[in-house]
Design a protein around this ligand. Structure first.
Ligand code: LGS
Length: 446
C-alpha cells in the first residue's frame, strides 16, 4: 500500500445548488424561477416533486454548516438564487433575499470554510423567461448587473466565483431536449442560448475585474462526459471528437480562450450557430482565472451516418450508478489532462464529482460503500492528473446533501449526508465519514 499526498492547501469541499436544497422558493419576497414554474407544471418531474421544501436548507443552513464543520470540509460550493435577489430579474432588489446569503457567508467564514459561489445554477427569474430568457441578447446585461451587485455585496468576504454552472445543460437539456426548464425543444434556440451564455459570462468577468476584489478569482463551471471512440477507425475517432468538442469544455473554452467555436462545431453544426456570431467573439474572448470541471461518466462513440453529429453512444458494460451512468474513472483523468493540454488554464477545480446510489438507513447509519469506492477511484485519477501537470487546486464532491435531482425529483440520492425528507433529519453517511479522513490526512491510501 502506498500513500499519495495532495498539494498543500488543496480545497476539499462539497457542492450544492440553490433550487436543489433550499426550499422556501418564494419566501421573504423572492420571485418565481423557471424551475419553480417547470416543477409545478404536471408531467415534468418524476412523481410530481418540486423544490418547495427540498432539504429545507434556507431555514436549516446553520445546522448544515455545523455538519460541514464536523466533517472538516475546507470549502463549500453553493449557488445564489437570482430571483431571491432580484424578484423580477432586474430592477428592484429584495433586501431579505440578500440577507440570507450574507448570513450564509458569515456563518461559513465563522466555521473556517471557504465559500465558492456559483452565480447561476439554473433558477432564472421567471419574469426574464417571459422576455425570452437566455435567448434574448439583453440577458448579457441583466446577468452582468446581477453579478456586479453580488460582487459589491459579497466581494469583501468571498474570493472564488463561478459565473455559470454547466451552460451546455442549460442550452441543450433546457432548450433542445426539453427535459429541464424552460422545457423548450428548438435547436436554434439552444445554440442562441449557448452563445448568449458566453456573452453574459464574459460581461460578468469584466464587471468582476472592475470590482477589484482582493485575491478574487473568477471562472466558469462546465459539464463533461468522456467520449472515447469505439474502435480505432477514423470514422469512430472523428465521431468521438465531435461529441467531445460539442458536449464538453471545448464548446465554451474555445470561444473564451481562442475567440471562436471549435472546428468540429463549425463544420458539423454551423447552420445552427447564430447569424454573425463571430462579431461577438472579441467580447467573449476574456481571460478567466480557473476552469471548473464537472465529471460523472463516460461512453463509447460509434460512427453513425444517420445521427446529426455523425455518431451514437454505445455502452461498454461497465458497472453503473443508480442513474444508469457508467462508472469510468479513467475518463475523468482524460478530461482533466485534455483540458490542461488543450487550454492550459491557470487553475482547475473539480466543481462536481459524485454518484447516486440506493442508500438505506440501517440502525441510524448509511453504509454507502459503493459511493466510497466511486469517490476513491476518482480521487486517484485526480491525483494522477496533478502528478501529470494539471493545476488542480480543489475538489467539490457532489453533493453535500441528498437533494432535488431536477427531472428525477427526490428519487436519486447524491449526498454524503443523508436527508430524511419526512423529518428533515440529517445523517452523515459512511462516505461522509470516510471523506473527512481523506481531508484530515490530505492523502489517499492505495
Ligand atoms: O444535481 C446535478 C448533478 C447530478 O449529476 C447538478 O445540479 C448538475 O450541475 C450536474 O449536471 N449533475 C449531474 N450531472 C451528470 C451528467 C452525466 C451524464 C452522463 C451521461 C452518460 C452517457
Amino acid at each position: 500500500m502506498s500513500t499519495k499526498y495532495f498539494p498543500k492547501d488543496f480545497l476539499w469541499g462539497a457542492a450544492t445548488a440553490s433550487y436543489q436544497i433550499e426550499g422556501s422558493p418564494l419566501a421573504d419576497g423572492a420571485g418565481s424561477s423557471i424551475w419553480h414554474r417547470f416543477s409545478h407544471t404536471p408531467g415534468n418531474i418524476l412523481n410530481g416533486d418540486t423544490g418547495d421544501v427540498a432539504a429545507d436548507h434556507y431555514r436549516r443552513y446553520k445546522e448544515d454548516i455545523a455538519l460541514m464543520k464536523e466533517m472538516g470540509l475546507k470549502g463549500y460550493r453553493f449557488s445564489i438564487a437570482w430571483p431571491r435577489i432580484y424578484p423580477y430579474g432586474k430592477g428592484k432588489i429584495n433586501v431579505k433575499g440578500m440577507d440570507f446569503y450574507d448570513r450564509l457567508v458569515d456563518e461559513l467564514l465563522e466555521a473556517g470554510i471557504t465559500p465558492f459561489i456559483t452565480l447561476y445554477h439554473w433558477d432564472l427569474p421567471a419574469t426574464l423567461q417571459d422576455l425570452g430568457g437566455w435567448a434574448n441578447r439583453d440577458i448579457a446585461c441583466w446577468f452582468a448587473d446581477y453579478a456586479d451587485y453580488m460582487f459589491q455585496r459579497l466581494g469583501d468576504r468571498v474570493e472564488n466565483w463561478s459565473t455559470l454552472n454547466e451552460p451546455w445543460v442549460v442550452a441543450f437539456v433546457g432548450h433542445l431536449f426539453g427535459e429541464h426548464a424552460p422545457g423548450m425543444k428548438d435547436i436554434y434556440s439552444a445554440f442562441l442560448v449557448t452563445h448568449n451564455q458566453l456573452r453574459a459570462h464574459s460581461k460578468a468577468v469584466r464587471a468582476f475585474r472592475e470590482a477589484n476584489i482582493a485575491n478574487g478569482k473568477i471562472g466558469i463551471t462546465l459539464s463533461n462526459t468522456s467520449h472515447d471512440p469505439a474502435t480505432d477507425s477514423m470514422e469512430d475517432k472523428i465521431a468521438a471528437k465531435v461529441a467531445h468538442e460539442w458536449n464538453n469544455y471545448p464548446l465554451f473554452l474555445h470561444p473564451i480562450y481562442y475567440g471562436d467555436y471549435p472546428d468540429t462545431v463549425k463544420e458539423f453544426l454551423k447552420e445552427y450557430l447564430p447569424k454573425n456570431y463571430y462579431k461577438d467573439m472579441e467580447e467573449i474572448k476574456e481571460e478567466i482565472d480557473f476552469v471548473g470541471i464537472n465529471y460523472y461518466s463516460g461512453d463509447l462513440v460509434k460512427f453513425d451516418p444517420d445521427s446529426p453529429l455523425g455518431g451514437k453512444s454505445v455502452k461498454r458494460g461497465l458497472p453503473k450508478t443508480e442513474m444508469g451512468w457508467e462508472i469510468y474513472p479513467e475518463g475523468f483523468y482524460k478530461i482533466l489532462k485534455g483540458l490542461q493540454d488543450e487550454y492550459n488554464p491557470k487553475e482547475v477545480y473539480v466543481t462536481e464529482n459524485g454518484a447516486a446510489f440506493d442508500d438505506k438507513v440501517e440502525n441510524g447509519e448509511v453504509h454507502d460503500h459503493k459511493r466510497i469506492d466511486y469517490l476513491k477511484k476518482h480521487f486517484e485519477m485526480a491525483h494522477k492528473a496533478i502528478e501529470d501537470g494539471v493545476k488542480l487546486k480543489g475538489y467539490f464532491v457532489w453533493s453535500l446533501l441528498d437533494n432535488f435531482e431536477w427531472a428525477f425529483g427526490y428519487s436519486k440520492r447524491f449526498g454524503i449526508v443523508y436527508v430524511d425528507y419526512n423529518t428533515q433529519k440529517r445523517i452523515i453517511k459512511d462516505s461522509g465519514k470516510w471523506y473527512s479522513q481523506i481531508i484530515k490526512n490530505n492523502s489517499l491510501d492505495f
